[in-house]
Design a protein around this ligand. Structure first.
Ligand code: NCD
Length: 361
């Protein structure tokens, strides 16, 4: 994994100016950080998906679950969530528990010494004194990168895992989305060649921005960006897709995309980023899905959502086998466990156990 590029050997100004792919090279060292979608290769995604399934199977039996709990029982993780979160927080916490890693948390900056005027940098350095890994969500885009860079300039560089930063990146959500797509298309040739539609607030949906990039690693996929014009995907993502040679279509016409999509990735309006409630004036009624659309979708189409949802997915379709968003959420726990295990380089022990005992699905 190590690329030889060290965060400790580059100035923040130089690092900040790098293109995303070049930044990714700095996160593969020891310890590895998980900060942006652009740091992943397809091989790495496949490794993580395979390991996630193994962990899931091993965990099914009590002796397997007990074994998994020994893998990182010498480590502690700090969950620092300076933005609201249910799933991402809980699934990281659950992933840590599966691997026996103890967790501590700060979920509200009002309860940390930041209110006494401590800088976020000093707060993070404090966390690193007690923990072996920081899993963090922060409203400021790029702050997780800054934290990793900063820790690399101390004598305690511990891995940083970005659990959502600003409106920009959500790499671990993109991992669980890839895992869900890969599992959904297991019997139909995998993700290659599939038509994947993103619907809703694509401009500020960080999950979409991270996942769109990961999909460039697959062959012949076509991405459909279906959104009202003011919420359409940003040019910076389209530029990355162009560079990668990934095909895409930009449209407001969800009805025309429904019959051809293999996956429909719904998102909510991210109005927390509004300056003055401007999202309320946008008509989003055509960017939702309900019982009336189920005959238009293919029988094999999967409906995904990073959640939380509002009204863009009707609860009427929750029990349709094509609605995979609850499974998608649970997948997050397994792939995050795989990610955390590989972050500490302990995957060989899980692979060995799997080979020895061959737990079944
Ligand atoms: C997403 C997020 O926080 O970006 N939620 C999540 O992590 N599952 C999506 C959202 O909040 O809409």
């Amino acid at each position: 994994m190590a690329t030889g590029k060290k965060l400790s050997e580059i100035s923040w100004q130089e690092f900040k100016a790098l293109p995303l792919a070049a930044k990714g090279d700095y996160f593969q060292g020891i310890p590895p950080h998980t900060l942006i979608a652009q740091q992943f290769s397809r091989t790495r995604l496949e490794e993580l998906c395979t390991l996630a399934t193994k962990i899931k199977r091993i965990n099914k039996r009590r002796d397997g679950a007990n074994f998994l709990k020994t893998l990182l029982s010498d480590k502690r993780a700090m969950l620092y969530f300076a933005q609201p979160s249910s799933r991402t927080y809980l699934s990281h916490n659950a992933a840590c528990q599966i691997l026996g890693l103890d967790t501590m948390d700060v979920r509200d900056t009002k309860t940390s010494s930041e209110v006494k005027g401590e800088s976020p940098e000093d707060t993070i350095r404090t966390f690193s004194s007690y923990a072996d890994m920081i899993i963090m969500r922060h409203p400021v885009g790029g702050f997780a990168e800054r934290v990793a860079w900063m820790l690399a300039h101390t004598n305690r560089e511990i891995p940083v895992l970005n659990a959502g930063s600003g409106a920009d990146q959500h790499p671990t959500q993109a991992l669980l989305d890839i895992y869900t797509l890969a599992r959904s298309f297991e019997k139909t040739g995998g993700i290659d060649g599939k038509h994947i539609a993103f619907v809703g607030d694509l401009m500020r949906g960080r999950t979409v921005r991270s996942l769109a990039w990961l999909l460039t690693l697959y062959k012949d996929v076509t991405l459909y960006f279906v959104a009202p014009e003011p919420l359409q995907i940003s040019p910076d993502i389209l530029e990355l897709l162009d560079q990668a040679g990934t095909q895409y279509v930009i449209t407001q016409d969800f009805a025309s995309v429904m019959p051809i999509a293999d996956a429909v990735y719904m998102t909510r309006i991210q109005d927390e980023w509004d300056a003055e409630g401007e999202s309320c004036t946008i008509d989003t009624s055509d960017f939702s899905i309900g019982a009336e659309h189920m005959d238009i979708l293919k029988d094999t189409t999967v409906i995904m959502h990073p959640l939380p949802r509002r009204s863009e997915i009707s609860t009427d379709i929750d029990n349709d086998p094509r609605a995979v968003y609850w499974r998608q959420m649970r997948n997050g726990m397994w792939i995050r466990a795989a990610l955390i295990l590989t972050t500490f380089g302990r995957q060989d022990e899980a692979n060995q156990y799997y080979d020895d005992y061959k737990p079944q699905a």
